[in-house]
Design a protein around this ligand. Sequence first.
Ligand SMILES: Cc1cc2nc3c(=O)[nH]c(=O)nc-3n(C[C@H](O)[C@H](O)[C@H](O)COP(=O)(O)OP(=O)(O)OC[C@H]3O[C@@H](n4cnc5c(N)ncnc54)[C@H](O)[C@@H]3O)c2cc1C
Length: 412
Amino acid sequence: MKRVLILGAGTAGTMLANHLRRELSGDEWSITVVDRDNDHHYQPGYLFIPFGMYQPDRVRKPRTRYLPPGVDFIESAVLRVRADDSEVDLENGRVLGYDWLLVASGTRPRPDLTPGMADGGLWHTKVFDFYTLEGATRLHEALEAFTGGKLLVQLTDMPIKCPVAPLEFVFLAEDWFRKRGIRHKVDITYVTPLDGAFTKPVASHELGSLLADRSIRLAPDFALERIDNDRQMIVSYDGRELPFDLLVTIPLNTGQQFVIDSGLGDENGFIPVDKATLRSIAHENIFVLGDASNIPTSKAGSVAHFSVETFVPNFLEVVNGKPMTHSFDGHANCFIESGRGQALLLDFNYDTQPLTGSYPLPAVGPMKLLGRSRLNHLGKLAFEQMYWRLLLPGHKLPVPTLMSMAGKHEEE
Ligand SMILES: Cc1cc2nc3c(=O)[nH]c(=O)nc-3n(C[C@H](O)[C@H](O)[C@H](O)COP(=O)(O)OP(=O)(O)OC[C@H]3O[C@@H](n4cnc5c(N)ncnc54)[C@H](O)[C@@H]3O)c2cc1C
């Protein structure tokens, strides 16, 4: 019996288990999935919890409900991968051997790495994250109680998962205050270490204009050094200070501790891979899917989805001793909530930045790229059901796996 071991039953790990169980004979292959708990979170839903649009329970479901028959699920934390022995140590004392290891352990917010953030007296009273279920839930209570003052929405550093989520938060917050009739009492600033609203020039220009239209200030090039809890200020490495009444921060994101402890990660705990095949540079029998690798594209569920679809046929080739013939292009596809019941859509890959245009079809769309529309917003909301019903079980969605230039305005 040949053994596939998948570490992590989040977005990528669950899709992998479903795809591979269909493709690999149960007589010849065992598939085992490990996760620290049985609680799968639909993380894009965290965005809506602070605004009372989703209740916290809406985003959680048992992981085992989405794993197929014929896959063993082990509930335990992973402590270490001993790659030279092809073995994994679990917190529950078990040691699992593997022929092929698929790491899908994602990334995690690390508020403990910035002085004055998690260890400051204001954490979860005036300083919040929304990248965890607890943070998003506590932030809802704080927003309900907020009657006016300075709101900072602040990104600590890249890379983070879903790099558009901080901008979505700021647009939804602006809309929320407007609907509550207190927009004129709230001074909103988006604080970023980047030199503009976003990483890529065309998207940065479009999103920067939208911030200006909504009278949201932009504080670029702000590299956070620490939070001064006594003076309610964020302080940058170059000595700039910004005061706040409410701070919504996106902490540093790193890979998992077991990746670092196993010597598999780079300085941020992300595993170096070949960006086309997702095979570990250091170990031939390890592949990395989802946020856990160092590929130069967004960390996003859509990237996990497209990369799994490219990886599976490659994996079937490699286990049969053939060369891999499929190449992942870094395809990412992200909706950006812009408030007022509208959203934008980004579609890009390793080589092509987000451009304006229509998606998935030229001229007819029906989605608009980098333009606001009601349909984009409805697409974002509909994605929740697609995630649980189609994406996790590994069914094909009506979008191309590799990025297409059809409908994009190339002259930009
Ligand atoms: C606020 C927010 C909004 C987002 N919005 C979008 C969006 O609109 N579109 C989009 O495409 N993406 C979005 N994302 C990003 C998306 O959720 C992630 O990119 C995606 O879930 C990555 O999948 P993954 O499998 O790599 O990691 P995850 O889904 O995070 O899964 C990793 C799994 O590994 C497990 N694990 C980690 N360490 C261990 C250990 N030591 N032992 C055992 N198990 C372990 C974890 O418990 C987890 O289940 C959003 C994320 C956030 C936080």
